[in-house]
Design a protein around this ligand. Structure first.
Ligand code: CP
Length: 309
């Protein structure tokens, strides 16, 4: 399977076989991601890290990944310190990054920005999140985490909770979990339901997701509870946000009837939706999940840049 030069824009661009191949490569990267061993297969390569929106995990784990592979990183985390401030277009910014580097990672507030960037770049473009659109590398690390923890994804009962309307991570994940034949339940406040477009995609893959607002009942038999933050920055109207803020909270009381092996995931950052009392329980998987961003992104960078071990 050859990924050299390929853009990573949406998880929908990948078959299940291709996803499995990426996850297998990620497994091999774990020891290097932990710094237990050293590898320099991307020595001499440069990554452009273009973050037009705030990020902690995606940016740092991409940068860590490139460094762990022996490559180097240029870029910005604050677009107001770039010539965009003087009116430069996204296309021209991408043309510049393309001429200075071998691979481009972009996060942007506008849906479709990564796909647009890929049209202007010769180098592979990796979508690090585009507005309320897609977040394919997060999706891959989520799949990697579930597979590592539960051995398989097929047939697992997975509950996606929270802001399913604006949360880009759950849009990509719902699609991918359907591809694997997981049993999906979507739990959200009424105004933040999964978009019809995503529901249709899941159904086309044969999934039959249940929609509910009853969290307690839906987690009784769950293998995985995937929690998301209410995406305050995506609400067009502050009043709409005020009506749903604090609508759900995961705490020990909620988990009293759940399975002992239930794992709780969250793409992070969390705000109030998971009580910190959960952090020390065996259910909490979100910090390990965040670490998994490194081996998965190492695998992606080495594959699209043709790095050989
Ligand atoms: N999960 C995720 O995308 O986190 P950041 O916004 O911190 O990158």
């Amino acid at each position: 399977m050859n990924f050299q030069g390929r853009d990573i824009i949406s998880i929908k661009d990948f078959s299940k076989n291709e996803i499995n191949f990426i996850l297998k490569n990620a497994e091999k990267m774990v020891e290097y991601a932990k710094g237990k061993n050293y590898i320099d297969i991307l020595k001499g390569k440069i990554l452009s890290s273009l973050f037009f929106e705030p990020s902690t995990r995606t940016r740092l784990s991409f940068e860590s990944s490139m460094n762990r592979l022996g490559g180097r990183v240029i870029g910005f985390a604050d677009p107001t310190a770039t010539s965009q401030k003087k009116g430069e277009s996204l296309a021209d910014t991408i043309r510049m990054a393309d001429s200075y580097s071998d691979v481009i990672v972009i996060r942007h507030p506008q849906e479709g920005a990564a796909r647009l960037a890929a049209e202007f770049a010769e180098a592979p473009v990796l979508n690090a999140g585009d507005g309320a659109g897609r977040h394919p590398t997060q999706c891959l690390l989520d799949l990697f985490t579930i597979k590592s923890e539960k051995k398989k994804i097929e047939g697992k009962n997975i509950v996606l909770l929270g802001d399913l309307k604006y949360g880009r991570t759950v849009h990509s994940l719902a699609y991918a979990l359907s591809l694997y034949g997981a049993n999906l339940t979507f739990v959200s406040p009424d105004s933040l339901k999964m978009p019809t477009e995503v529901l249709n995609e899941c159904e086309e893959l044969g999934a039959q997701p249940r929609n509910t607002s009853n969290l307690e009942k839906s987690i009784k038999n769950a293998d995985v509870l995937y929690v998301t933050r209410i995406q305050k920055e995506r609400f067009p109207d502050a009043e709409e946000y005020n009506q749903v803020v604090g609508a759900y909270k995961v705490d020990k009381n909620l988990l009293k009837n759940s399975r002992r092996d239930l794992v709780i995931m969250h793409p992070l950052p969390r705000v109030t939706e998971i009580n910190p009392e959960i952090d020390k329980t065996t259910h909490a998987l979100y910090f390990k999940q965040a670490f998994n961003g490194v081996p998965v992104r190492m695998a992606l960078l080495s594959l699209v840049l043709g790095g050989k071990k």
